[in-house]
Write a protein that binds this ligand. Structure first.
Ligand code: SF4
Length: 327
């Protein structure tokens, strides 16, 4: 790890006016690992953990969650569990209890891929060092992307929480020296394209201050289904966040997002629109799953993810149509 200075911020101005090569730290559960591996080498860490960004508050727009709320606090909050059960389940399916106790909501959005080539300084990697190449395209790629990748990078976003937040249509609150802005969750993370080193649309000096989850009464039927190699402490091979509002056996509202398949949580508004107005039938869910994976372009070792995703989508939609309730 390269030497760095440490500054505990007392006010937001100290954060948004940090030096260009400084980095923001809160829980540090991914950043410290990256620093140990020399992936990030900031001159200074600006610790935001003492700022007033810790509330879980009901607002007119929905629930506003401070960036410093820990994963555990959010997953265990009784109103969140009641209103957005799939969010609690997504959070509790990720990492370990110890990590969830310190990892923050803002940090969860900012965590980076766990592609093994990215963490290995002896291999090239376009995300770590642009222009060096992507060995995962032809190498070990069982865990990698099947949707939205480019030949520059086939990594996947590792978060479970973010898949649920994408389906819920959350809003991300950002602040910089120029002011505040809000971004739709689906627009916050990027696909790799020509710039795989950029994971998000965050501008220089910007920091996440909160997220807002809109009021969504039908989210109580939401399902988060995660398929992985081990029963716990394992990243998703694929995951599905599905929410259906059903009345008289017809779908009135639909939300659908996938994890473990792309450089960002993969939500399809077109598939959601396809589902609206349709009857609750297996054949409809088959068609929705096929549409969701229509553009899939698997790599050498991860073709199984296509069929696995389709089956998981069908199961998650059916469970949600029946009222949800799966961990
Ligand atoms: Fe690097 Fe992305 Fe390729 Fe992994 S998939 S080696 S992170 S460029």
């Amino acid at each position: 790890m390269k030497n760095f200075t440490y500054h505990r911020a007392k006010i937001m101005q100290e954060v948004v006016k940090r030096p260009a090569d400084a980095m923001v730290i809160a829980g540090g559960t991914n950043l410290v690992d990256r620093m140990k591996a020399f992936l990030d080498q900031p001159s200074q860490l600006v610790d935001i953990s003492h700022l007033a960004l810790k509330g879980i508050d009901r607002t007119r727009q929905g629930w506003k969650i401070g960036a410093l709320v820990t994963n555990t606090e959010l997953a265990d909050h009784p109103d969140i569990r009641r209103a957005y059960p799939l969010l609690s389940r997504a959070i509790l399916s990720g990492a370990s209890q110890q990590i969830r106790n310190v990892a923050t909501v803002g940090g969860n959005l900012m965590q980076r891929t766990r592609c093994p080539y990215y963490y290995n300084p002896d291999t090239p990697c376009n995300k770590r060092q642009p222009g060096t190449g992507c060995p995962a395209t032809t190498g070990s790629n069982r865990m990698h992307a099947i949707l939205g990748a480019s030949h520059h990078c086939v990594a996947v976003h590792p978060s479970d929480m973010c898949v649920a937040l994408a389906a819920l249509g959350a809003i991300v609150h950002l602040e910089s020296a120029k002011g505040k802005r809000q971004v739709i969750f689906n627009d916050f993370h990027r696909l790799p394209g020509e710039q795989p080193d950029r994971d998000t649309i965050l501008a220089a000096g910007e920091v996440i201050t909160a997220i807002t989850i809109p009021r969504l009464p039908f989210a109580q039927s939401g399902v988060y289904l995660k398929l992985r190699d081990r029963a716990s402490y394992s990243f998703a091979l694929i995951s599905v966040a599905a929410i259906l509002e059903v009345q008289d056996q017809r779908i009135r509202n639909a939300r659908l997002a996938l994890g473990g398949v792309a450089h960002k949580p993969w939500r399809s508004l077109a598939v959601e629109q396809f589902l609206v107005g349709k009857p609750v039938e297996e054949t409809i869910f088959h068609q929705a799953a096929d549409q969701m994976l229509q553009a899939a372009n698997p790599l050498g070792e991860n073709g199984f993810k296509v069929e696995m995703s389709k089956r998981a989508i069908r199961r998650a939609l059916m469970l949600s149509a029946k009222g949800g309730g799966i961990a």
